[in-house]
Design a protein around this ligand. Structure first.
Ligand code: NAD
Length: 249
């Protein structure tokens, strides 16, 4: 049997990048997958390829988040895994001396408020089953000063990490595990968009990577798969780094 046989996962930001690969991997291992994304064309395509359900939702909107869980639970009958992965890293988010307060707020909403809402409205479904796994995508920037000059992004991911740790401790005895998945730089559209603005930045970043390369989205999806499955039954409130050695160097 697959490693997620009988489980249902809701993956946000699953039209692209890490979420897309995770939808594919989770489904391969037997999970029912609800693909959530703002982008209907990518979302529908991914959902069709994994024989899953696509729900269009903006995860910064409490009504959308509640509806997405309702639709997923109605369709699959239960929810076991919440992979709160949607996030943004807009090029206009820069040094604190330059970034606008609007950009700051937009990033906090997309990256931090979204995880708050997805946990707030999703965890009750896991409690109904006597437990489950929540994976919140933070980043290596939450654990190290990486000189990315993206102050809003870094602050939002620090918030995701702290909130995940807190929730992991709070729900440990109720069987709900909550972990912060912290990828290093991953070759996805998000990173490509960022480096398109500043190609020198990509080169500088590579120099600091012990493995000398960016992660593939599939390598992050495999870590998410472990956290989603019962193989990680003793892992909660963790800072789960998948960064090719970057933060350890
Ligand atoms: P991506 O841009 O390829 O995919 C993100 C997806 O999220 C997109 O399909 C987008 O439409 C969706 N999305 C964004 N805002 C949304 C919203 N409000 N509601 C619903 N969907 C929304 O990005 P990715 O690189 O796969 O990143 C996934 C996660 O991993 C993000 O949280 C990102 O911050 C994090 N991360 C990425 C890297 C990297 O280098 N790529 C490194 C560390 C952490």
């Amino acid at each position: 049997p697959g490693r997620l046989e009988g489980k249902v996962a809701v993956i946000t930001g699953a039209a692209s990048g890490i979420g897309r690969e995770s939808a594919r991997r989770f489904a391969e291992e037997g999970a029912g997958v609800c693909v959530v994304d703002l982008d209907p064309s990518g979302g529908k395509e991914v959902a069709a390829s994994v024989d899953g359900l696509y729900v269009r939702a903006d995860v910064t909107d409490p009504k959308d988040v509640q509806r997405m869980y309702r639709e997923a639970a109605d369709y699959f009958g239960r929810l076991d895994v919440l992979f709160n992965n949607a996030g943004i890293s807009p090029p206009e988010d820069g040094s604190i001396l330059e970034t606008s307060i609007d950009a700051w707020q937009r990033v906090q909403d997309a990256n931090l408020k979204s995880v708050y809402l997805c946990c707030k409205y999703g965890i009750p479904y896991l409690l109904e089953n006597g437990g489950g796994s929540v994976i919140n995508t933070a980043s290596f920037v939450a654990v190290m000063g990486a000189a990315t000059s993206q102050i809003s992004y870094t602050a939002s991911k620090g918030g995701v990490l702290a909130m995940s740790r807190e929730l992991g401790v709070q729900f440990a005895r109720q069987g709900v595990r909550v972990n912060a998945l912290c990828p290093g730089p991953v070759d996805t559209p998000l990173l490509q968009e960022l480096f398109a603005k500043d190609p020198e930045k990509a080169k500088r970043r590579l120099v600091h990577l012990p493995m000398g390369r960016f992660a593939k989205a599939a390598e992050i999806a495999n870590a998410a798969l472990f956290l989603a499955s019962d193989e990680s039954s003793y892992v909660t409130a963790s800072t789960f780094l998948v960064d090719g050695g970057l933060s350890g160097a």
